[in-house]
Write a protein that binds this ligand. Structure first.
Ligand code: RFL
Ligand code: PHB
Length: 410
């Protein structure tokens, strides 16, 4: 570790008895954005310290996203952290849209000149990144909660955090706010400096992980009069499934038997059997589209869910987080390497094109596939017409495929 620990004499001991730690880039959050950024910076010889408010065990078990775009996989490979991903990840060349009692395959690779997606759990990506970072001597402080950022408009921003019950400070030359939607980074920017775009959806997803082999080889998105359902997987032995529920629903209302019955009904097509098994984990997640502009304030840069979220229907969130980290690492590399700040100045603009494309795609998939409480027969006809078009026109399927695998320009 190359952090400098100044003597307490340099700092006001009455305010904070523990001397501050110093680094070049203070990273808040050990999710995909923060960890990818820490790696890419280390590859360029730039120091960072990652503060993560949860324990290592917690972040390595947190079940979330599962779909990696080709570009995310290529980046993880170039970083030397994809050995297990290449061994255990599941390469997919298509997805299925189910409606009107039939399945329709979108052949992603055929339509995109050979691009594919990988199904590999986000917590596995996080596990691989944490191990590689710690093996390289990188610094990740777990159970270290950032509580505020000061001096974003100066050359020496400071992150205040608590660790082992003590208030502490981390001085950086830059701060990367990679602390997700509920972190402190975005809130530390004056509201007057930001424009927020926000949309909540009138439904949520109940997601579960079950110890049962997947019932389908590919990811299945189902539009059904009872509501949306999604069949995915994590390994040949583990299935990941989601069912649309009301936004204020509680898990108590969903005993395991009811979940399997509902999934069975919504995913039903002739010749398909949904195998059930023990449910290992379940949770309900609200659906939201959110973007803050700009994604930077002085020397504080936001990346990933801290700056934008998408409903999970397009499988974009983790990929956007990784893409932001790549852009930010290149910009910080130019600052420390050539003393050139042009990329740092453009960071927000360079990210937002991709972000808004993913926002549109995720909103569009969500609107096409879910039942809305105020739906009328007209709306439902429109959804079905769109589904029929997207599965029968090569131009329309190609558009979906390009967006799904991440081949788009903003
Ligand atoms: P993360 O992963 O939320 O990481 C932020 C980290 O910051 C920590 N933190 C703090 N640390 C220190 N001090 C504080 N004050 C802190 N406050 C928070 C948190 O503990 C955490 O470790 O954000 P990041 O890195 O931006 O990554 C974003 C992704 O996690 C997210 O977009 C995806 O999970 C979204 N998502 C999906 N994305 C995809 O690309 N493909 C998918 O298939 C997909 N499926 C999904 C999803 C998200 C879901 N849920 C649960 C929201 C499916 C679901 C159900
Ligand atoms: C998942 O496998 O968790 C998954 C797949 C596709 C999505 C969202 C989540 O759109």
């Amino acid at each position: 570790m190359r952090c400098v620990r100044p003597t307490a004499a340099n700092h006001a001991p009455w305010r904070n008895p523990t001397p501050p730690m110093r680094t070049q880039v203070a990273i808040i959050g050990a999710g995909p954005a923060g960890l990818v950024l820490a790696h890419l910076l280390a590859q360029r010889g730039i120091d960072s310290v990652v503060l993560e408010n949860r324990s290592r065990d917690y972040v390595e078990r947190r079940v979330r996203a599962g779909v990696l775009e080709q570009g995310s996989v290529d980046l993880l490979r170039s970083m030397g952290v994809a050995e297990r991903l290449d061994r255990e990840g599941m390469v997919h060349h298509g997805i299925e849209l189910r409606f009107d009692g039939a399945g329709h395959r979108i052949p992603l690779s055929e339509l995109t000149g050979g691009a594919s997606i990988f199904v590999y759990g986000q917590q596995e990506v996080v596990k691989d990144l944490i191990k590689a970072r710690l093996d390289d001597g990188g610094v990740i402080l777990f159970e270290a909660e950032a509580v505020g950022i000061e001096g974003a408009l100066t050359d020496g921003p400071v992150v205040r955090y608590t660790h082992e019950g003590e208030p502490r400070e981390l001085e950086g030359q830059f701060v990367a706010g990679c602390d997700g939607f509920h972190g402190v980074s975005r809130g530390s920017i004056p509201a007057s400096a930001l424009t927020v775009y926000d949309k909540e959806y009138p439904f949520a997803w109940l997601g579960l992980l079950a110890a049962v082999p997947p019932s389908s080889e590919e990811v299945v998105y189902a539009y059904h009069e009872r509501g949306f359902a999604l069949h995915s997987m994590r390994s040949p032995e583990l299935s990941r499934l989601y069912v649309q529920v009301p936004p204020d629903d509680s898990l108590d209302a969903w005993p395991d038997g009811r979940i399997w019955d509902e999934l069975g009904a919504r995913l039903s097509v002739p010749g398909f059997t949904l195998d059930s098994g023990p449910i290992l984990e379940k949770g309900i997640t609200g659906m939201r589209s959110y973007v803050v502009e700009p994604m930077q304030h002085g020397r504080l840069f936001l990346a990933g869910d801290a700056a934008h979220i998408v409903p999970p229907t397009g499988a974009k969130g983790m990929n956007l987080a990784i893409a932001d980290a790549r852009v930010l690492a290149a910009a910080l590399g130019a600052h420390y390497g050539a003393g050139d700040d042009a990329l740092l100045d453009r960071y927000s603009n360079d990210c937002l094109g991709r972000v808004w494309r993913a926002e549109h795609f995720s909103w569009w998939m969500t609107a096409m596939l879910h039942r809305f409480p105020d739906d009328d027969p007209f709306q439902q006809r429109l959804q079905l017409s769109q589904l029929r078009y997207v599965t029968s026109s090569e131009a329309a399927s190609t558009s979906l495929a390009e967006n799904y695998v991440g081949l788009y320009r903003g």
